[in-house]
Design a protein around this ligand. Sequence first.
Ligand SMILES: C[S@@+](CC[C@H](N)C(=O)[O-])C[C@H]1O[C@@H](n2cnc3c(N)ncnc32)[C@H](O)[C@@H]1O
Length: 216
Amino acid sequence: MLEKMGEFFDARLEGYEEHQLTCIASAEAFYPFTAALLPRGTGVHILDLGCGTGLELGYYFALAPHAAVTGIDLAPGMLAALREKFPDRDLTLIRGSYFDVPFPEARFDAAVSVESLHHFTQAEKATLYRKLHRALKPGGYFILTDYFAPSEADEIFYRRELARLKAEQGITDGAFYHYDTPLTVAHETEALLEAGFASVELLGRWGDTCTLRAAK
Ligand SMILES: C[S@@+](CC[C@H](N)C(=O)[O-])C[C@H]1O[C@@H](n2cnc3c(N)ncnc32)[C@H](O)[C@@H]1O
């Protein structure tokens, strides 16, 4: 049965971090790798899309304890766990969808997203990435570490499967349901460039997980 996105993650809160770190190949490598790519200077402000319980932020705060981080997530339980983990850090947490939450203009030195955006289509991401581009300061950048489709055929297969499951379960409400529908790296790159990012580099690959850096 498909479950609504936020409810899916909150229902699995217990054991979530252990699952991420032990069941996703090379997670113990790509979380610190991602965190180390974020800026660390005085007064840096980072936006985290789909921050969850903040696995990437744990590694980041170890390097940049004074950074200000704004995290957006649909799941209230995940956000409560994140707040509890880092009571002394400069964290602003917003419960909502990053598609709907307005972003301030030119506010962030960098943005990050880990294992969250592989649930959405290229068309859905087009609007989000334009908003994200505007939210970054000049010289800012976006670090995306996520699960990518190994081929276009896989991308199409997962998207069709989601449509089939929704039809089978009579889901017509337009809400986000948890089902992995990753894009290929080529399509993700296209979405970022079309949104106005000047360049997109592939910085790391661990199986189907990749890290991209999109520069404003
Ligand atoms: C697999 S978890 C990753 C959390 C964290 N970044 C990590 O790597 O541990 C995916 C997170 O993305 C959140 N999420 C999914 N779609 C979202 C959306 N449209 N807006 C905000 N958060 C979303 C989920 O609620 C969940 O907490």
